[in-house]
Design a protein around this ligand. Structure first.
Ligand SMILES: NC(=O)c1ccc[n+]([C@@H]2O[C@H](COP(=O)([O-])OP(=O)(O)OC[C@H]3O[C@@H](n4cnc5c(N)ncnc54)[C@H](O)[C@@H]3O)[C@@H](O)[C@H]2O)c1
Length: 400
């Protein structure tokens, strides 16, 4: 069986944990190279969770460390690169790997702006390698339950869908400064849309094609450019409506992710916990199943590891968001082994869940005006957007 040689770029909070765990637990993956601008993250102990960790260099002596990404690609020649750099800079790393026909597992969001989307899409089309979008929420058990209900027709056609991602991230600002709002429209919550839109788009057969979005502005801190809270309303061509609420500066101490689906034959809801006394709940109701016309609670949580899944894959332990990240790596490696024409969460999927959030920022900039959404596979319309929308959203640096 082929063994995949894995390299990672970005050894921060997430990259160091993911790299170690994937190499340890996923059958047929071998760590060969790691890269970060800061060599201390490889060679020195790191203070995390009130304790000093053993340096990765000691834990993984078989892995070669690089400070320069291009040099790593050249000298280590990995089969797969895991991209775990800040959310604002994934694309260049992905493009460089694809240009060498190296497979990519990229964390979210897929891109920062429309120009990056155009370039990454083109690089992927031209490459023999595949890109898997590391969209964690697609690995959760309750999301799989929602997809099962939909596939079996028990929800009917979803026509209104809702997602909330409420996470006070202020304690992460010091260690990950890219999360801290520092310039106008630099960090608008709706732009981190993949966690919310990924699961909902997986049960929609249309694209999101328009958005209105408003921001509360800054109330919680003395940062003038902060947007404490945004609420976006997306629509598809048949007027299916998606509401997405995001807030990363707040005093809310509930769980992070909630979802609701209104369908023509039923309703699904995952409500995150509301403190210890009120645990998370996943429920549904349907007209298609005797006994389930009223709310039925499903005993399903974050773990995707059903009996069937455990039987199907070889792994020695689980990691990452209740096992969701383990699951994504298992299906990614399986797809590569089977030479699948596309990945289970493909680049196209990643752009479908990333770009609407970027267009939502454009709506915020325009005071909540309706903005049409396009994708790189709609070449002319997408280029027109690049030529006309704000520099924040397009990535075209020249001031208009
Ligand atoms: N999927 C999830 O649920 C989830 C959760 C948390 C974070 N994330 C994503 O993971 C990614 C990493 O987040 P994090 O919290 O670990 O951030 P972080 O800032 O802790 O780590 C990023 C690392 O990238 C390194 N880096 C930056 N530019 C580089 C370059 N040119 N060459 C080499 N290294 C470079 C930095 O030095 C830093 O160590 C982000 O994209 C974030 O959105 C995803």
């Amino acid at each position: 069986m082929k063994e995949f040689r894995l390299a990672v770029v970005g050894l921060g909070h997430r990259g160091r944990a993911m790299f170690k765990e994937v190499c340890r637990h996923i059958d047929g993956v071998k760590g060969v190279a790691a890269c970060d601008l800061d060599p201390d993250l490889w060679f020195k102990p790191i203070y995390r969770n009130n304790a000093l960790s053993t340096p990765l260099a000691e834990e993984m002596p078989e892995v070669t460390f690089f400070e320069d990404y291009d040099e790593m690609l050249e000298k280590a020649a990995p089969d797969i690169v895991m991209v775990e750099t800040p959310a604002t800079c994934h694309t260049d790393f992905c493009i460089k790997a694809l240009a060498r026909n190296i497979h990519v597992f990229s964390d979210i969001p897929s891109v920062r702006n429309l120009v990056e989307a155009r370039e990454l899409w083109a690089a992927h089309q031209a490459s023999e390698a595949k890109l898997m979008t590391g969209a964690t929420t697609m690995g959760w058990g309750f999301v799989h339950a929602m997809q099962d209900l939909w596939r079996k027709g028990l929800l009917g056609k979803p026509y209104a869908l809702e997602a909330e991602y409420i996470h006070d991230c202020r304690e992460l600002w010091e260690e990950t400064p890219w999360r801290k709002p520092a310039k106008p429209f630099g960090s608008v919550p709706c732009s981190y849309s993949t966690h919310s839109l990924g699961p909902l788009l997986s049960i929609l057969d249309e694209e999101l094609t328009s958005v209105v979005c408003i921001s509360s502005g800054s109330h919680m801190t003395d940062l003038p450019y902060a947007h404490d809270y945004t609420c976006a309303l997306f629509q598809t061509p048949s007027q299916v409506t998606v509401r997405m609420t995001n807030s990363y500066i707040n005093n809310c101490r509930s769980g992070l992710h909630s979802f609701r689906v209104f369908g023509t034959a039923g309703c699904f809801e995952h409500l995150s916990h509301r403190g210890e006394k009120y645990p998370e709940r996943t429920t549904f109701s349907t007209t298609g199943l005797t006994g389930a016309e009223n709310i039925v609670e499903l005993p399903v949580s974050f773990s995707p590891f059903t009996r069937e899944v455990k039987k199907r894959y070889k792994f020695t332990g689980t990691f990452g968001h209740g096992g969701a990240d383990t699951y994504l790596w298992l299906i990614f490696i399986e797809a590569l082994r089977n030479n699948a024409p596309d990945m289970p969460v493909s680049l196209r999927d990643g752009l479908r869940m990333t770009l609407p959030g970027i267009y939502a920022v454009e709506s915020v900039i325009r005071g909540g005006a309706r903005v049409d959404i396009h994708y790189p596979w709609e070449k002319e319309a997408f280029q027109r957007d690049i030529d006309t929308l704000s520099a924040r959203c397009t990535g075209v640096e020249t001031a208009r």
